[in-house]
Ligand binder design. Structure first.
Ligand code: CA
Length: 225
């Protein structure tokens, strides 16, 4: 497995290379954000270990750029920044894991192996169906350039359908995943909320993204309707 380590402190970078090599990884090094992004783009890496405070371009920016380019290489942020918001920002920008320095090579290698098991399938931080865009971290929805205000339940319903884009999702499954276990187990509530959602994401725009699948449930059109 080939890993790119982007780390500007050269002694630490060399130590990470030794540590991961001992665990069986093949390691290349980049010492600033610009080189790191360039090398990650060239591909051929099974994972990227990314520092945040880098000359040229921050690790946040490197990660954000890769995901914007639909590059899904697993990214593990390795940073001295240990604040809860630093970690949340990194993960919300599309990183897969976050470790703070100082760290253990044994744990770093194990976490990389865990990321490699999950693979590089698409896992966008922001969900899109055509021009309908939902950002789970920002809790925002927009259609084209227009922001849409949703209640928490409407948002959860739309997010679930967007994660199953183009598939018919049974009402019972929506009830189970979007409503609390102690909510009234009444499929009618799903229909009511589907109606609310349509009036916000479709009707004002003359669109038909949220489709009823007779006898099955609901489908969110992959193209946004
Ligand atoms: Ca640094």
């Amino acid at each position: 497995m080939r890993v790119l380590v982007v780390e500007d402190e050269r002694r630490l970078a060399a130590a990470v290379r030794r540590g991961l090599s001992a665990e069986g990884f093949v390691v290349d090094l980049a010492h600033d954000g610009v080189d790191g992004l360039h090398m990650a783009r060239e591909g051929g890496y099974d994972a990227v270990v990314l520092d945040l405070m880098l000359p040229g371009m921050s690790g946040y920016k490197v990660c954000e750029r890769l995901r914007a380019e639909r590059n899904w290489v697993p990214v593990l942020i390795l940073s001295a920044k240990d604040g809860e918001y630093d970690q949340a920002d990194g993960l919300d920008l599309g990183a897969d894991d976050y470790m703070t320095k100082p760290f253990s090579y044994v744990v770093l290698a194990a976490r990389l192996r865990a990321l490699l098991r999950r693979g590089a399938r698409p896992r966008p931080a922001v969900l899109a169906a055509g021009d309908l865009v939902l950002d789970p971290a920002a809790r925002s929805v927009r259609r084209g350039g227009t922001g849409i205000e949703l209640t928490a339940r409407e948002f959860a319903l739309l997010e679930y359908l967007m994660r199953r884009l183009g598939q018919a999702v049974p009402k019972a499954e929506l009830l189970e995943h979007v409503w609390d276990a102690d909510a009234v187990a009444d499929l009618n509530v799903v229909e009511v909320y589907a109606g609310y959602l349509r009036r916000k994401i479709d009707v004002p725009f003359g669109r038909n993204a949220l489709q009823t699948v007779r006898g099955a449930g609901y489908r969110l059109a992959a193209d946004g309707g």
